[in-house]
Design a protein around this ligand. Sequence first.
Ligand code: F6R
Length: 258
Amino acid sequence: MEIVIVESLEEAGEIAANRLAETIAENPETVLGLATGSSPLPLYQALRRHVSAGLNMRRVSGFALDEYVGIAASDERSYTATIEREVTGPLGLNPELVHVPEGGASDPQQAADRYELAIKSAGGIDVQILGIGSDGHLGFNEPGSSLASRTRIKTLSQRTREDNARFFATLEEVPRHCITQGLGTIMDARHLLLFAQGTAKAEAIAAALEGPVSSRCPASVIQLHPSATVYVDTSAAARLELADFYKYIYTNKPGWSR
Ligand code: F6R
């Protein structure tokens, strides 16, 4: 794992966007896994500047991490709508290459199975963009999720529903179920890129990066990935025991590994 402690996620978004733009320039058919929520927004915004400067993302494919079950895809709070608003439109992706789990499918498990197949048919995810829940979830894999799980229907924890209530008029409106890529699905991606900001994430970040690998903190599975980069702002890093060491490593990173 590479753990990068930054002053702000805006700084992280710039650094990560520079790297991702290079990846896409080298392989215009890069397959991205797309998180929604607040954490990846600085990355998506920084990528817009690369697109304005000539980066062509038309052949990039995207697979959203998750989608609510129980609200229509056309609802502005759905992740289908969020991905269209934050990623597909502004970054100029071809909508036909952007996929979101079908939360409204009559048989959600069949839809989840189809999603797994679609990821496989696209050649697998090259770069999976992630946030982390305050309860340690990755995607919507809540505590107790199998570390080997595949895309499936899951129940959102009460804590996640409360965290996400800011996007809804009332807590009651927040869906209770979702379809999410599984932890095994996420781990199959060739590179993981996780963003976290704010003190509300400090406990989850410490458990994920320095605690035992355990379904108690689903994001701890990232420790088993051979190529993962984690960007945390100073507040989210507040409970990392080895914070100074991570800063030392990053500052002294040799040119060949940048
Ligand atoms: C979103 C997702 C979630 C979020 C997490 C953090 O697609 O899968 O795991 O990344 O809940 O959300 P924010 O970034 O809003 O704090």
